[in-house]
Ligand binder design. Structure first.
Ligand SMILES: Cc1cc2nc3c(=O)[nH]c(=O)nc-3n(C[C@H](O)[C@H](O)[C@H](O)COP(=O)(O)OP(=O)(O)OC[C@H]3O[C@@H](n4cnc5c(N)ncnc54)[C@H](O)[C@@H]3O)c2cc1C
Length: 511
């Protein structure tokens, strides 16, 4: 390996142990860890894997919550060397980057030009663009700005046999597209087969995809062809390193907003909060977050100043962010939304407005407070991520949350609920003892029941964190018809199953 790689190669136990975990509950010891210095290194490692049947696992910051950034073969860590901005064009609103660049670092540079890359996972201060593409990451502001997939325009990808391709939007009536289909290479074979797969199954894809605005489960095959334009780049977004290794990405960037401000709205019932969501969405907020009573109680218990701030009868809180060109426009939008909540709908019993950076930070602190608290909990039962990323259409949110409470109660579990209400994306962490086989069985049963409920409501089992090792075994519940199409996608791109085997397609272990 050292002979074919200019970057760093590690075989030692300590390094391998460091890379045996991500932010999930899983642990898999890799064979080796490689920090590629350039595209040539990536090609050589992939060719080595292809020849020798050794699996290759692309990795950014390793902050995945579902076990998709680990594996038993060679880990390719892009953070050390392949982390640069390759080209930036602020007039034409795009940037080419290497996959290992940290999202926040990219935005620090773009900010100087009044631009930003909008998808905003809570992990943006350490997660990489490669990992965001791998997971189709998104965050609080995706209710306005969309998800990573909406910003990936072109990619350079090393395929499973080591060939490198440049993917971009191509009109299907163009000569260029015909040439792609006619190529006598692995790339040509992929274009022919994936295009045919898409066309042959168009109706089933359309019919079977969850009816939600964010989805990190399965392959995003429905994005391949839009308005007669075929863009192979889209299938790599959310593919968790299972279809190809991204070595460069062209991302769309947008203008920074003029001003941002927040509303903190208090409700004396969950129903009143969820019933306000659809109306609030009409006013185009840039974030719309929800917290349930148990979440609020937890925050109140741990922070005295929150106790004073949150009225005793509060059963649910919405944090609603708006953007405006200037302060006047922003204030007007905040006032309108406040009026909607307190007068027009009459659902909130109190609404506070925050306009300064400090005030906004204080309010967002309420939203961020719970996870650090539960992570510090002592005792055998911890709060692992296992049903932490559910998504349903926002108009089904109340039905979903109530159903979820019922299911958890059936299994004797309690939980806190919070998340991106504007897109129906709920984060929840019931307590589980991962060393207790009974609790592990309970965990599986909860997943199965809750995923069935999600599917009944036309939702997805992951909105932004991905399938990984955690959710892949449940994909048959979500995609009874599409799963066989996903298997074909995997086989088209990775016939030897060397690219991050385990996540997305699991040949023998579906529930
Ligand atoms: C505290 C915390 C908060 C989080 N909050 C959010 C959130 O709000 N929203 C959200 O979406 N996620 C969130 N996550 C999950 C995770 O941080 C994000 O999905 C993030 O984008 C992953 O980036 P990463 O660099 O850590 O990628 P990794 O975890 O290293 O990799 C992610 C996936 O991408 C693949 N991959 C990485 N690089 C490449 C490449 N070059 N080519 C092909 N595939 C590649 C990997 O194989 C893996 O399957 C959170 C995680 C934590 C720990």
């Amino acid at each position: 390996m050292e002979k074919i790689v200019e970057g760093d190669v590690y075989w030692d136990r300590v390094m391998r142990a460091l890379y045996s975990t991500d932010a999930s509950i899983y642990e898999v010891m890799p064979l080796a860890v490689v920090f590629p210095k350039n595209v040539g290194d990536v090609i050589n490692v992939v060719k080595y894997g292809y020849r020798n049947g050794v699996s290759i696992h692309a990795r950014g910051a390793g902050s995945s919550l579902a076990g998709q950034a680990i594996g038993s073969g060679i880990i390719l860590d892009f953070t050390k060397y392949m982390n640069r901005i390759i080209e930036m064009n602020v007039e034409e609103n795009y940037v080419w980057v290497e996959p290992g660049i940290v999202m926040e670092k990219l935005n620090e540079v773009l900010e100087k030009y009044g631009k930003f890359f909008p998808p905003d996972p809570a992990s943006s201060h350490f997660c990489t663009i490669g990992g965001m593409i791998g997971n189709n990451a998104s965050g609080m502001r995706s209710v306005k700005y969309g998800n990573t997939i909406d910003y990936v325009e072109e990619l350079k990808v090393v395929l499973s046999n080591g060939d490198i391709i440049h993917t971009k939007p191509i009109n299907v009536d163009s000569i260029e597209f015909k040439e792609k289909l006619g190529l006598n290479t692995f790339e040509g074979k992929i274009y022919r087969e994936i295009y045919k797969l898409f066309i042959d199954n168009r109706n089933i894809i359309e019919k079977s995809m969850p009816k939600v605005e964010k989805n990190a489960s399965g392959y995003r095959i429905e994005y391949l062809l839009r308005n007669n334009v075929f863009n192979l780049s889209k299938i790599f977004v959310g593919s968790e390193g299972t279809l190809g290794i991204i070595v460069a990405a062209k991302l769309r960037i947008v203008d920074l907003p003029g001003k941002r401000g927040l509303l903190l709205a208090f409700f004396d019932s969950l129903e009143k909060a969820t019933n306000s969501i659809l109306t609030l969405l009409k006013y185009k907020p840039s974030a719309l977050e929800i917290m349930d009573k148990k979440y609020i109680d937890l925050v109140r218990d741990h922070y005295e100043y929150m106790r004073e701030r949150i009225p005793g009868k509060t059963e649910s809180i919405l944090i609603i962010e708006f953007e405006g060109e200037n302060e006047d426009e922003l204030k007007e939008r905040l006032d309108i939304a406040k009026n909607v909540l307190t007068k027009q709908l009459g659902t909130a019993f109190n609404v506070e407005i925050a306009l300064t950076e400090d005030e906004m930070e204080n309010l967002f602190e309420v939203r961020r407070a719970a996870i650090p608290i539960i992570n510090k909990t002592r005792g055998l039962r911890k709060y692992p991520a296992f049903i932490e990323d559910l998504v349903v259409p926002p108009d089904r949110l109340l039905e979903f949350i109530r159903g979820m409470y019922r299911i958890l109660e059936k299994y004797g579990l309690d939980t806190i609920i919070f998340g991106h209400a504007g897109q129906g994306n709920i984060h929840t962490h019931p307590p589980i003892n991962l060393k207790d086989p009974i609790d592990i069985d309970r965990m599986r049963a909860v997943c199965r029941d809750i995923y069935r409920l999600v599917v009944k409501l036309r939702g997805a089992i992951s909105g932004e964190h991905g399938n990984g090792r955690l959710r892949t075994p449940f994909m048959k519940i979500e995609y009874p018809e599409l799963l066989k199409i996903f298997v074909k996608v995997k086989e088209i791109f990775d016939p030897k199953n060397i690219l991050n085997p385990g996540p997305k397609i699991n040949y023998d272990d579906y529930y």
